[in-house]
Write a protein that binds this ligand. Structure first.
Ligand SMILES: Nc1ncnc2c1ncn2[C@@H]1O[C@H](COP(=O)(O)OP(=O)(O)OP(=O)(O)O)[C@@H](O)[C@H]1O
Length: 404
């Protein structure tokens, strides 16, 4: 999102005299809210049936997707391997060959992990500044030097969200003046930490909207608002998971030394990616924000959209879950088959999902080896029955994995 700083001021939600008293029609939201709670419960139930390693895999998959897509909204492409390695390293998971650490990627991973795993730590300006610094380790956004780890200044005019060619920009939104940010943000943090949660999912929707409306940073406002929304969602789930699972009497902080108890671990795991869903629906997301930020303090339509998007994220997690189950099944089947590190690595990449069919050239690219070596790897796996040759399929020979 580009920013531009001329001066006209139409009327925005934060200029209304009752700001920041956001209101909503709870009765109108009751049905979609119940639907989200039901979908979350079903997903949690399915995940509880998986073993711990598979749950870790699911978390890894989801967080990797989250990091990639939350950055992709900004149009910044992160390297999938680097992200997966960084997430795995921070979760303490062994995923075989780890790609080298990348400071930029690690920063984004830090933010997402801190927001969703340490959700019970208070949200403070310092914490948000830390996240901002992690997003912009060089102090630059593209080629523009920005204020990092501090609220923006209005040195070059008011903060506006604009699109379109230079000289003919369309202004979508103008944020509050920088001088008012200390007071505005203070009100936000007070509310976030102390207001009764009501329904915590609604609170997540309000938090996201409120922070992105303040637009308190030079850049990264979307990502940080989504992180704060995710943190509120994690709090919502943490609270609903505060008791032991039904039918067991396991105490909190039970037997698993890594997790502080399987249920404690469960509360910290994420099995769906809201940011990824927002990325898929981002045209709508921008339109909804724009209409809301130009509208009244009753933000029921925004919350309606937010709940719908969240529901689609939770439902979409089924696909991620299916992937994890396929992977587990595949490795169970071939547990006794010796493979070299490159074969394991490439097969995992294929299981994580790839575009199009597996070919010799793709194998060489993923395994970072020559075409001859790739062919040797593949022929070996064909002989053992791990791979099979696809019928027909044009110029290059394609292969498929055999799970049975
Ligand atoms: N038309 C619009 N009206 C109001 N707000 C918008 C509009 N389009 C985008 N936004 C908000 O502004 C954010 C972009 O602000 P900024 O560039 O500071 O954040 P970012 O994290 O760098 O961007 P991105 O969300 O693109 O990754 C978007 O994420 C969205 O929340």
């Amino acid at each position: 999102m580009r920013h531009h700083r001329p001066t006209r001021t139409p009327r925005y939600i934060w200029q209304l005299s009752d700001w920041p008293h956001l209101a909503f029609d709870a009765a109108a939201l009751a049905a979609p809210l119940a639907q989200v709670h039901r979908a979350q419960g079903m997903l949690a139930g399915r995940m509880a049936e998986l073993g711990l390693p598979q749950r870790d895999q699911a978390t890894l998959q989801v967080l990797t997707q989250e990091v990639i897509t939350t950055s992709a909204i900004e149009g910044e492409r992160l390297d999938l391997d680097a992200v997966r390695s960084s997430v795995a390293r921070k979760l303490g998971l062994d995923i075989g060959a780890l790609a080298p650490s990348d400071r930029h990627v690690d920063g984004v991973v830090d933010v997402v992990l801190d927001a969703t795993r340490n959700f019970d730590q208070p949200l403070t300006p310092e914490r948000l500044f830390g996240w901002h610094a992690a997003l912009f380790p060089t102090g630059y956004s593209g080629r523009t030097r920005i204020t990092v780890a501090a609220w923006r200044t209005d040195a070059s005019g008011p903060m506006q969200v604009v699109s379109g060619p230079v000289g003919r920009e369309k202004v979508h939104f103008e944020a509050p003046p920088a001088a008012t940010l200390p007071a505005h943000t203070q009100a936000f943090f007070d509310w976030f930490e102390t207001a009764p949660a009501g329904d915590a999912i609604i609170k997540a929707g309000l938090a996201h909207l409120w922070l992105v409306t303040l637009h308190p940073f030079d850049d990264g406002n979307g990502r940080l608002s989504r992180a704060v929304g995710d943190m509120a969602l994690a709090r919502a789930e943490g609270m609903s998971a505060a008791g032991p699972p039904q039918g067991t009497s396991a105490p909190l902080g039970g037997s698993d030394p890594r997790s502080g108890g399987a249920w404690g671990q469960h509360a910290h795991q994420r099995f769906y990616s809201f940011s990824a869903q927002i990325q898929r629906e981002r045209k709508d997301y921008y339109d909804q924000l724009e209409a809301t930020q130009k509208g009244p303090l009753d933000v029921t339509p925004w919350l309606h959209w937010f709940l719908g998007c969240l529901l689609r994220a939770v439902q979409g997690a089924d696909a991620t879950l299916a992937g994890v189950l396929d992977k587990a099944q595949f490795w169970q089947r071939w547990a006794g088959t010796p493979m070299n590190a490159r074969q394991t690595l490439v097969l995992n990449r294929v299981l994580d999902g790839m575009e199009g069919k597996l070919t010799n050239a793709k194998w060489a690219a993923m395994g970072k080896c020559s075409a001859d070596t790739a062919l040797r790897d593949i022929n070996d796996l064909l002989e053992r029955g791990v791979l099979r040759r696809l019928e027909g399929g044009g110029r290059s020979v394609g292969y498929d994995l055999c799970a049975k």
